[in-house]
Design a protein around this ligand. Structure first.
Ligand SMILES: Cc1ncc(COP(=O)(O)O)c(C=O)c1O
Length: 401
């Protein structure tokens, strides 16, 4: 099935402002169904969780439905879906809980390819517990994260391996399954950052070998909510810092304070939106999600090929990375302009792109651009069309010296 891009774009009110939103890697726009779900939740009367009155029961229901929806998106178990404000906060929380079981002499393996949210929490907790950090290196000429190096990085002392399912700047999709297999062979847990992958490709966290799979709803047309999904039995074995008064059940023990219940209505609506893009009404939501994401991937790949080939052909453009398998994000510099100048010129033409290091802290250092303004990042979302791409290309073409 293919996406009906004209129909799809009509569902997103923000797109009617005429902007080419090529900034989706930083956060996507929302369809009316998600915006309505959030406002309807407030309109219906909303209480805090676990009370005996209808407004409280509605809050409980919104949280339960969001867990079911996220589980359908990533192929996890609803009782293992931790909800929170964003992926970074949840990763700090999980790192704190996991690190309680680490001791001096243990090791963890991190990758240079990762967003800093799947690096710094681990580095900081490792430092407090005398745990050695070992690094998987990126081939900066291709942007690949070679798998074979992991054999030399993982051993019986490794407690955790954290790796991204897609780079948020180069788009690189490493062979996560091969990497997690190596970790599991040595008894290490795996924490897979799916924030930049889940918006673009079908996800099956079990097939990826992810003990923990993190994603953020605001990257797939949902509200600003983060989630980490794991086997509930694994979560039972971990004890995070928490209030004495709060629930110690799983997954709630990982959720500090009050959840953003209305936004959770938006999370469920966003998964319904994804499922409705190309799914067959007779199928389960999980099946519809998988079909739809395959259609999203095909649509984005077609648009991205045009974008990438045209940028590669411009003599004044330097593209970073050429990974074999990637999500639709291009990271580039333009001769004689800073990335900020390029972003500003494009913004003046109604084209949104990001500039800078995009929190790919280690990677941009390895690429040699972190202290020099980073680069320009243009990324596609399902609602981007050929016109958005053409406008970007015209804007960059105009910047030829
Ligand atoms: C790959 C990746 N990981 C993690 C994050 C952090 O997500 P959050 O903003 O939900 O903390 C981002 C945000 O851009 C990202 O792109």
């Amino acid at each position: 099935m293919t996406l009906d891009i004209h129909l799809l774009r009509k569902l997103y009110p923000a797109l009617s402002d005429g902007t080419a939103y090529l900034d989706g890697a930083g956060g996507t726009q929302l369809p009316d169904s998600v915006i309505d779900a959030v406002s309807d939740a407030y309109r219906s009367g909303l209480g805090n969780a676990h009370g005996e009155f209808p407004a409280s029961r509605r809050a409980d229901k919104l949280a339960a439905e969001a867990r079911l929806a996220v589980a359908d998106l990533v192929g996890g178990q609803p009782d293992g879906v931790i909800l929170g404000p964003n992926m970074t906060t949840l990763t700090y929380r999980l790192a704190g809980a996991l690190a309680r079981q680490w001791s001096s002499g243990d090791e963890i393996v991190l990758s240079q390819l990762d967003h800093d949210a799947n690096v710094r929490p681990w580095v900081q907790f490792a430092g407090r517990h005398g745990v050695r950090v070992r690094w998987a290196i990126v081939d900066t000429s291709t942007g690949e994260l070679p798998v074979d190096q992991f054999e030399g990085l993982v051993n019986e002392r490794t407690r955790l391996l954290a790796v991204t399912a897609a780079s948020n700047v180069l788009g690189t999709r490493p062979d996560v399954r091969a990497i997690t297999d190596i970790a599991h062979r040595h008894g290490a847990l795996t924490y897979v950052d799916g924030v930049a992958a889940a918006p673009h490709v079908p996800i099956d966290m079990a097939a990826l070998g992810a003990d923990f799979f993190a994603t953020s709803a605001y990257k797939w047309s949902g509200p600003h909510i983060g989630t980490v999904v794991a086997d509930p039995a694994l979560l039972e074995s971990l004890q995070p810092d928490k209030l004495a008064a709060s629930s110690n059940s799983v997954p709630e023990r990982f959720e500090t304070g009050t959840l953003a219940f209305a936004d959770l209505a938006g999370v469920t609506a966003a998964v319904e939106h994804v499922a409705g893009l190309s799914g067959n009404p007779g199928q389960s939501r999980r099946e519809r999600v998988l079909n739809s994401m395959a259609a999203v991937q095909a649509h984005e790949e077609a648009e991205f090929t045009v974008l990438l080939d045209a940028l590669a052909a411009m003599p004044h453009v330097r593209l970073f990375g050429r990974p074999a398998s990637r999500t639709p994000v291009a990271y580039f510099r333009v001769a004689s302009r800073t990335p900020q100048q390029v972003a500003a010129r494009l913004a003046a033409r109604g084209v949104n792109v990001w500039h800078g290091h995009a929190y790919a802290w280690e990677l941009t250092q390895a690429l040699g651009v972190r202290h020099d303004g980073g680069a320009v990042r243009a990324s596609l979302a399902p609602y981007n069309d050929a016109d958005d791409v053409a406008r970007l290309l015209r804007g960059v073409e105009e910047l030829a010296p």
